[in-house]
Design a binder for this molecule. Sequence first.
Ligand code: ACO
Length: 453
Amino acid sequence: PKDVGIRALEVYFPAQYVEQTELEAHDGVSAGKYTVGLGQSRMGFCDDREDINSLCLTVSHRLLERHGIEPRDIGRLEVGTETILDKSKSVKSVLMQRLEPHGCTDVQGADTTNACYGGTAALFNAVAWVESSAWDGRLALVVAADNAVYEAGSARPTGGAGAIAILVGPDAPLVFDRGLRASCMRHAYDFYKPNLRSEYPTVDGKLSIKCYLSALDSCYQLYCDKVRERDPVSEPVTLASFDAFLFHSPYCKLVQKSFARLAFVDFLNTPKDRLGDRYKDAASFHASKLEDTYFDRDVEKVFVQLSKVDFEQKTRPSLLLANQVGNMYTPSVYSGLVSLLISKPISELAGNKIGVFSYGSGLCSSMYSLTVTRDTRDGSGLSKIITALSYVKPQLEGRHRVSPADYTRVLAAREHNCHIVPFTPESSIDNMFPGTYYLTQVDEKYRRTYKRV
Ligand code: ACO
């Protein structure tokens, strides 16, 4: 099959949020720490009506419905998540409730987990299936979702919640570049969830940032090498090779620093005699080693400044959802794609090269690229994807603001009720967006039932 890639894309985020300025005041930290220091404006969250199953049911139903996809069109269904409700039963099997009544049970795929990377692993599985001898001509549906919550403390403002559904198939308007995938996988205890009775991770914040940046360095250098191997006479890859760059976004400030980091790698890869005037403030860093500079303030400052214009153009537009909803974990980098697609006129997206960096603690990471079709006519695949996403900005604005005190109460109740059965949720469903699935009950045998608004 030709042009295997993304044929449709939908996002879901909860209908309530906390304002980060209010959270700063509530937490007693200095004004600006979460908004300026971390670059976050609002944080979406789930009350007791939503869980990983409902998030995935909502977004997958939304995609099938809004894009006119019939259950018989789906040959593979994959879920990537790190929100674990059950150690055996997959979320994918829960989603089969949508296909099974139509007699469609011949559907491959199961859940994939590794922190924020599970969605990318699921997506790669789907692409591999379409490109493989096992493919039967049907489409693959990939769902990534998480409820990202942290215990009270410095990590709490970097939470979020949401879901993404991606339809993968041939002749797509957003095509995965073949043979150009760079990964970095290592063993690290930077962020993990060893306590199965808690929704909260165990986090070493500083180590997680170091791991993220070192994985980014490795993936980028390897991606550049792979392009060179494929085409030895091509121009070396630099940030200039990309029209847009998407990053997994734990918080937006880290993404800006990551973009600057790629500019720094470009600089180190440039021979000294070819540096030119642009780098006159940076020349003294040319002998630096990447691994000595993760927390080097001087390097960071110079390269954030040097890459600012490019960052505003190539990456800032992709941070709308990350800034407004927070870290959705597995969907985060794909919320970046949604944000990018709704940020500019379709003519400006035509033919774009989009770099993607996906990171999941523990750690798994990959960098790859997508090429956007040049066909931007009304009714084209790309135009349909973008038109279908027109609800995103109004829904972001249509959410309800909840006070930090009430948000804290919601999280305390989730802590208290975690794995307690039988359980009947109490939160109102009045404010949910139309089409949202909600939990009605967990019975004494831990079986969950849902309804749709
Ligand atoms: N105005 C402006 N900026 C401020 C203010 C203020 N009033 N106060 C602090 N800041 C800045 C700090 O200088 C710092 O900036 P820097 O990053 O450029 O140094 C930033 O705000 C954050 O402040 P810190 O004191 O570094 O924050 P803290 O250590 O309390 O927590 C952390 C930050 C570690 C990211 C924490 O939120 C966390 O653990 N989050 C979860 C882990 C995470 O997201 N890791 C990233 C990759 S792994 C993953 O995706 C889960």
